[in-house]
Design a protein around this ligand. Structure first.
Ligand SMILES: Cc1cc2nc3c(=O)[nH]c(=O)nc-3n(C[C@H](O)[C@H](O)[C@H](O)COP(=O)(O)OP(=O)(O)OC[C@H]3O[C@@H](n4cnc5c(N)ncnc54)[C@H](O)[C@@H]3O)c2cc1C
Length: 433
């Protein structure tokens, strides 16, 4: 039987080699830790194809980039060259037309290869920030942007967070003021914008009607797909020094009467928050996948070290004080994996099945992100401790994973806000803030 012969001609990026059954997951050891039963053939094919690219960018590559902080442009280019950046974009626009479940396994595979959050974040916005654009953008907007994003010519960043509003997104203050000729002038400040230094486009959320003039805070926000043209007046950015994922830049971005054309608007003016919600649930799934990848990578390294390291004349893994926390971490990752792919499947099915309510999708995606982030944190922390002093050394990589695994706990929404959300929406408890 030819394993992947059922695949539609345009259903997956080109250049996925046709694998024989015995060739499945043949490229790197840590991936074998995760049980793959229950995944679809397409998802496993994605995992195999992405693994083959990641195998060319080993831990030593990411270790070096983490120290020197150059952008992983060649990694991004390698994924773009084989068509992976369009994994969840429509075939009519040159994408593969797959779902967020497949995109999630792609992001998990990247993180799990040792690329961690740095590798994942180098393409993260290309995958999820383009979802609202693909769904609500005008035909002309899509034709002029999406093919360049898929080909890798244009990198993308996502501009939502602001220093003075934080998680209270509806109070963001960046304003896009309409001009008589229909263009807008943007003024305000964004913070923590990943890849802004290398991005050609920003998916920007800004206020087009002042907060005091709308009935509900969720009204009056608009979504834009804008050029980041550093040669034009009114745009500045400053890189933030950070704890982990250091190859990928994070930035403060300052707009001061920065002019953008009318055609930058995505969808209807004032409906930006509703539009962006479509991307937010997708992003929760991708982040969950990235967290899982880091967790499995760390756990794989910890188990290997525990088998090999001998102290008191026996492998340290023979001590239950070492073995049990790792076994526990494995089960937590597996449980979070089930929650993650359940959420991604619901997200994908809800596009065609009106019986699946968006609040159900939101609960599933938020829960998955929370559980995966916590499971990853436990796995990474235990991996460092299993390595003893070597857990603190760069060359064993687990310290890098540990630094990076804090990101899924903080972003794009914190643990506390997910707990608030579940308390209110599922348990019907009074809102606490
Ligand atoms: C590495 C990294 C990359 C990022 N990339 C991007 C990006 O590309 N684009 C982008 O737009 N943003 C990005 N972010 C921003 C990220 O989404 C925010 O940091 C995150 O949403 C938290 O917002 P904040 O930092 O303002 O925290 P704050 O809102 O200041 O919250 C601080 C703390 O207070 C808690 N808290 C606040 N209110 C409550 C409450 N009511 N109840 C309980 N606890 C509460 C929070 O849970 C949190 O622990 C990134 C962040 C990081 C760290």
């Amino acid at each position: 039987m030819r394993r992947f012969s059922f695949l539609p001609a345009r259903g997956l990026p080109r250049l996925i080699p046709r694998a024989t059954p015995s060739a499945r997951f043949s490229t790197a050891a840590p991936r074998q830790l995760m049980a793959t039963a229950g995944f679809t053939e397409t998802q496993l094919t994605v995992r195999e194809g992405v693994s083959q690219i990641c195998a060319r960018f080993p831990n030593s590559y990411w270790r070096e980039l983490d120290q020197q902080e150059p952008d992983p442009a060649d990694f991004h280019a390698a994924l773009a060259r084989d068509g992976w950046l369009g994994i969840a974009l429509p075939e009519s626009l040159g994408g593969s037309g797959l779902g967020i479940a497949e995109a999630t396994i792609m992001m998990q595979t990247i993180a799990e290869s040792g690329a961690g959050m740095a590798g994942a974040q180098s393409i993260h916005a290309n995958v999820y920030a383009t979802q609202p654009l693909a769904r609500f953008g005008s035909p002309a907007q899509l034709r002029s942007t999406i093919p360049h994003i898929i080909s890798g010519k244009w990198r993308v960043c996502f501009g939502v967070t602001e220093p003075n509003s934080g998680l209270d997104t509806l109070r963001l203050a960046t304003a896009a003021v309409k001009q008589p000729d229909g263009s807008y002038r943007v003024s305000g400040q964004k913070i923590w914008i990943t890849c802004a230094q290398v991005a050609a486009k920003m998916i920007l959320l800004a206020r087009t009607t002042p907060l005091e003039e709308v009935q509900k805070p969720s009204e009056g926000l608009s979504l834009f797909c804008i050029d980041l043209d550093r040669s034009r007046p009114g745009l500045e950015m400053r890189r933030i020094k950070k704890m982990g994922g250091r190859a990928v830049d994070a930035n403060e971005v300052f707009f001061d009467n920065y002019s953008i054309p009318a055609e930058s608007l995505v969808g209807t003016e004032g409906q930006g928050f509703k539009i962006i919600l479509h991307g937010m649930n997708a992003e929760r799934c991708l982040l969950a996948g990235e967290a899982l990848g880091l967790g499995y990578a760390a756990l794989g390294k910890a188990a290997a070290y525990a088998r090999e390291r001998t102290v008191f004349q026996r492998p340290i893994g023979q001590n239950q004080g070492i073995a049990h926390p790792l076994a526990d971490a494995y089960m937590r990752l597996e449980a979070a994996k089930l929650a993650t792919y359940h959420a991604a499947r619901l997200y994908d099915q809800s596009r065609t099945d009106p019986a699946i309510r968006q609040d159900e999708v939101g609960v599933a995606c938020n829960s998955a992100k929370y559980l995966a982030a916590e499971a990853a944190f436990q796995a990474c922390e235990r991996a460092v401790l299993t390595h003893g002093g070597m857990g603190y050394a760069l060359e064993y990589d687990v310290e890098r994973y540990f630094r990076e695994c804090l990101v899924p706990r903080i972003a794009p929404v914190s643990r506390e806000m997910i707990l608030n959300y579940i308390s209110e929406r599922v348990l019907h408890l009074p809102r606490s803030y």
